[in-house]
Design a protein around this ligand. Sequence first.
Ligand code: GRG
Length: 290
Amino acid sequence: MNQFIDFQQQYLDQFNTYLHNQLVQRIKQPQVQVGMLYSLDAGGKRIRPFLMLATLHSLKPSALISDYFPIAGAIELIHTYSLIHDDLPEMDNDDYRRGQLTNHKRFTPARAVLAGDALLTEAFIWLTDNVLPATLQSSLVKTLAQAAGGNGMVAGQMIDIVNTGRDLSLDQIIDLDLQKTGALIRASVLMGAICAQVNQHLLTALDNFARNFGIAFQIYDDLLDVTSTQEQMGKKVGKDQAAGKNTYVQVLGVHQAQTKLKFLVQEAQSYLDSVDLTNSVLADSLKYFD
Ligand code: GRG
């Protein structure tokens, strides 16, 4: 049994329909709308929005989940923008994403840049156009903007790009990933906690949980990169490693990376234990790494 998966299954279709309908209603320019929908409707695991909703639900079971779709949706809009821009020829130059051609391959790089820009901007409209009180909204805007911007995800992406082809230490890779991948994951959990209006003690424990989750997520992705391609490439080098990216597997090797992953998951669980969330929906999100 996995309560996180059950929770996600319960709301996933409704959430996806919400995302689609909101963009159709709000974005009037046809090519902008098509570009945004192309990447948003392509699916993805929706881990971040459901981390936000699961955090809220675990802390405040009485909350009406659909009232918080704009908040979870804003996180997914930012994530989707980051993937579109990350895939561009000037960045990772990827051809496929979410089981289909990348946005710039389907359209053009210029159109992909604009679709990403529109997703990023739209996120902040959703955070401020919903049923929540204005004080909550402004706190959510600040948390998401800090996570996504020049001291968060963008900083991580910059560090990643300027260091491609150079060897970083384990600590430097952790710092990079805390920003590139971790910042938005951390914001997702914090935004759920902000919506539940929890005290500082709980917020700190959840923050520590989320930091561990973020690094674990990246290590898991690095491990998948190796294990999913080693058969077809006939050697233990995946796409990211082959591209000169700094990965955990490169620095630690597969076995130690797996050990580090296990440790991070246990530590994440212990932060939840410390605030009586041991058997919560949120705790079951850690089963993603099993
Ligand atoms: C362009 C400013 C800017 C930032 C890009 C997040 C990011 C920063 C780049 C993604 C690079 C990457 C593929 C990292 C590996 C871990 C990761 C974030 C994977 C993609 O997220 P998933 O697995 O994707 O949640 P889905 O499609 O399931 O939503």
